[in-house]
Write a protein that binds this ligand. Structure first.
Ligand SMILES: Cc1ncc(C[n+]2csc(CCOP(=O)(O)OP(=O)(O)O)c2C)c(N)n1
Ligand SMILES: [Mg+2]
Length: 578
C-alpha cells in the first residue's frame, strides 16, 4: 500500500497523543479522512456543523490541556470553522485546524469553492500556513502543533486536497509533539521592585484570572501574607474561588459589588494571570503589579508599574519570601464582610419557591449546582446562562467551568460539551444552554446521539434573547427582535433519540434533573424560566451623562437593576433621546 502524505500526518498526530478529530468530510478533505479510516487509534468525531467541530476541539483542549484537532473541507467547510476557532484562539487553547483547500493548479482562478484561507484564518490563529508541496510534511504539521501548544492558540494548516493523496516523501519520520510546561520566573530586580511596592502599600487587592490554574497554594499563600482580598475574573472562577477565605467574588459587569469595591479601595493591585478587559473596573492612580507568562499582555488594560513575566506559580514562589507579612487585616475583613452580604442576597434570589411558574433562573442554576457531580464539567452559553453559572455554580478544584468567556459567542455550550465528553467519557458534563443558543446549533443534539455522548443539556427557555433585552433596556432602547417563538425542545430531543423532559414549575425541577443526570445517555431538560429576571445590563452607554455610569455600576452591583432600567428610561425621556 502506498503511504500518503495524509498517512504521515495521521501518524504524526497519533504519535503526539491525538485520539480524535472533529469535523465533516468532503471533496478536498477526503484524502485525510481516508487515512484516518485506516488508523484505529484516532476516532473521527462526526459533528453536524463545522463551527461545532471547532468549539468541540476548544472544549477538549480546555479540559485536557492538550492539543485538540478539527478538520474541514475547502471553501464553505473552512468558513464554518471560523467562529469556533476564534473562540479557541481568544481563550488561548491549543487547537489544530486542518483546512483542506482547492487543487493548487486552480488557486487564483475563482475556482468552485475557492477562498483564500490564509487571509480568512489569519485573525483566528497564531499560526496559519499553506502546504504547497508534499515535502513540507510532516515538518509543517509539527511546527503548527508546537506553535499552538507553546503560544496557546489555534494553528491552521491549509492543505490542497491532492497533497493529502500524494505519496509521502521518502524517509518522512514523524516526531511527537506534546505539551510541555516551563518553569518561568522574573529576574531578581523585578521581584525586588514588586516586593518594595507591596511592602509599602497598606491595602493590597489581588485580581486573579485563569493564569492561576495549578497555582492555588501560591495564590492563597500570597493573599495571606498580604492580607489581601482576592477578586476573580470569570475565567479565573474555576481556579480561584474554592477553598479561598480571601474570596470576594467576581468583578466586572456580571460581578459582585464586593469584587468591584475591593479593586476600587486598594493602595496597590496585584494582577495574577489575568487580562481582564474592562478598564472601567480597574483602580486609578495606584501601583499595579502584573504577573503573566506573556509579556505582550502586560499593561494592556491599566498602567503597570512592575511587570513580572513568569507563571503565577513560579513567580509567587519567588516573590513570597521577599514579602513582609502584613498584620492589619481591616481591608480584608471589610471586603470579605461585604462579599458575604452580596452572596447572601444572591442566594436569597435562588431560594426555592415551589409554585414559581415560570421558574427563576437563579433557582434552576442553584439546583443544577446542588445535584451535579462533585467533578462535573459545566459549559454555559453566552447570554444569561453565563451569569447564572458565574453566580450559582460552586467550584471545588475538581469541577470545571468552560465557556466562550473571551470571544463571547452564542451557542458555545453544547459543542464545547461535545469535546469535553468525547475526551472524558466517564465525566458528568452539563451544558447550561439558552433557548437562542441551543437553536443556533440545534443539529448538535443529533451529534450527541450519533456519538453516544451522555451530555446533559439544561435549556433556560425564556422565549427571548434575554441578555440582549437587558442591553436594550439599559440603553433605553425599546426591545425589538428578541422574541423567540420556540418549539417543544424536549420533544425535539426525544425525536432525536435523547432523553427529554420539560419543566414548567419549580416542584418538577429536581426530579427532572435527577432523572436526566442518572440517565446513561444524552439528555435534555427544558426549563421554562422567567424572561424578565434581571441579571444586569452588560453595557453602560451613558458615559457622557455625568455621574450616570457610576450610578449604573452601583445599581447593578447592588442587585437593584430594575432601578437602573427605570432610571435609563427616565433619563432618555428627559433628554428626548428616545
Ligand atoms: C453568534 C452571536 N450572535 C449574537 C450575539 C449577541 N448576543 C449575546 S447574548 C444573546 C442572546 C442569547 O440568547 P439565549 O441563548 O436565549 O440566552 P438568554 O440571554 O435569553 O438567556 C445574543 C443575541 C452573540 N454574542 N453571538
Ligand atoms: Mg433565551
Amino acid at each position: 500500500m502506498v503511504t500518503t502524505v495524509a498517512d504521515v500526518m495521521v501518524a504524526t498526530l497519533k504519535e503526539s497523543g491525538v485520539r480524535r478529530v472533529y469535523g465533516i468530510p468532503g471533496d478536498s478533505l477526503n484524502g485525510f479522512t481516508d487515512a484516518l479510516r485506516r488508523e484505529a487509534d484516532i476516532a473521527w468525531e462526526h459533528v453536524r456543523h463545522e463551527e461545532a467541530a471547532a468549539f468541540a476541539a476548544a472544549g477538549e483542549a480546555a479540559i485536557t490541556g492538550e492539543l485538540a484537532v478539527c478538520a474541514a473541507s475547502c471553501g464553505p467547510g473552512n468558513l464554518h470553522l471560523i467562529n469556533g476557532l476564534f473562540d479557541a484562539n481568544r481563550s488561548g487553547l491549543p487547537v489544530l485546524a486542518i483546512a483542506a483547500h482547492i487543487p493548487r493548479v486552480e488557486i487564483g482562478g475563482e475556482y468552485f469553492q475557492e477562498t483564500h484561507p490564509q487571509d480568512l484564518f489569519r485573525e483566528a490563529s497564531v499560526y496559519c500556513e499553506l502546504v504547497s508541496i508534499p515535502q513540507q510534511l510532516p515538518r509543517l504539521l509539527e511546527i503548527a502543533m508546537r506553535v499552538a501548544l507553546q503560544r496557546g492558540g489555534v494553528a491552521v494548516l491549509i492543505v490542497p486536497g491532492e497533497v493529502f493523496l500524494a505519496s509521502a516523501p521518502s524517509g518522512a519520520q514523524p516526531t511527537p509533539v506534546r505539551a510541555v510546561s516551563p518553569a518561568m520566573r522574573p529576574d531578581e530586580r523585578s521581584l525586588a521592585a514588586a516586593a518594595e511596592v507591596l511592602n509599602a502599600a497598606g491595602r493590597v487587592t489581588i485580581l486573579a484570572g485563569a493564569g492561576c490554574a495549578g497555582a492555588h497554594d501560591q495564590l492563597i499563600g500570597l493573599a495571606q501574607a498580604l492580607r489581601a482580598p482576592v477578586v476573580h475574573t470569570l475565567r479565573g472562577k474555576e481556579f480561584v474561588e474554592y477553598d479561598n477565605p480571601h474570596d470576594v467574588g467576581l468583578t466586572g459587569l456580571i460581578g459582585f459589588s464586593s469584587g468591584y469595591r475591593a479593586m476600587e479601595h486598594c493602595d496597590a493591585l496585584v494582577m495574577l494571570g489575568t487580562d481582564f478587559p474592562y478598564r472601567a473596573f480597574y483602580p486609578e492612580d495606584v501601583p499595579v503589579i502584573q504577573v503573566d507568562v506573556s509579556g505582550e499582555r502586560i499593561g494592556r488594560r491599566v498602567p503597570v508599574q512592575v511587570p513580572l513575566i513568569g507563571t503565577v506559580r513560579d513567580t509567587v514562589d519567588a516573590l513570597l519570601p521577599m514579602i513582609t507579612a502584613k498584620t492589619d487585616s481591616a481591608h480584608l475583613d471589610r471586603m470579605t464582610a461585604h462579599y458575604r452580604r452580596a452572596r447572601a442576597r444572591l442566594d436569597k434570589l435562588a431560594s426555592e419557591r415551589r409554585n414559581d411558574q415560570p421558574l427563576r433562573p437563579e433557582y434552576v442554576a442553584a439546583t443544577i449546582d446542588r445535584l451535579a457531580a462533585t467533578d462535573a464539567a459545566f459549559t454555559a452559553d453566552v447570554g444569561t446562562p453565563c451569569i447564572w453559572a458565574a453566580r450559582y455554580l460552586r467550584m471545588n478544584g475538581s469541577r470545571r467551568l468552560i465557556g466562550s468567556f473571551n470571544h463571547g459567542s452564542m451557542a458555545n455550550a453544547l459543542p464545547h460539551a461535545i469535546g469535553i465528553q468525547a475526551s472524558q467519557p466517564g465525566r458528568q458534563v452539563v451544558a447550561l444552554s439558552g433557548d437562542g443558543g441551543l437553536a443556533m446549533l440545534l443539529g448538535e443534539l443529533i451529534t450527541l446521539r450519533q456519538l453516544h455522548l451522555p451530555v446533559k443539556v439544561v435549556v433556560f427557555n425564556n422565549s427571548a434573547l434575554a441578555f440582549v433585552e437587558l442591553e436594550m433596556k439599559a440603553a433605553g432602547i425599546v426591545t425589538y427582535g428578541t422574541d423567540l417563538d420556540n418549539p417543544d425542545f424536549a420533544g425535539i430531543a426525544r425525536a432525536a433519540g435523547l432523553f427529554g423532559a420539560r419543566v414548567e414549575q419549580a416542584d418538577q425541577l429536581e426530579d427532572a434533573l435527577s432523572e436526566a443526570f442518572e440517565h446513561g445517555g444524552p439528555a435534555l431538560v427544558e426549563v421554562r424560566t422567567a424572561r424578565q429576571e434581571l441579571a444586569l445590563p452588560p453595557k453602560l452607554t451613558f458615559g457622557e451623562i455625568k455621574g450616570f455610569t457610576l450610578y449604573a455600576t452601583r445599581t447593578i452591583l447592588s442587585g437593584r437593576g430594575e432601578e437602573l432600567i427605570e432610571l435609563a428610561k427616565t433619563n432618555l425621556h428627559e433628554l428626548d433621546v428616545e
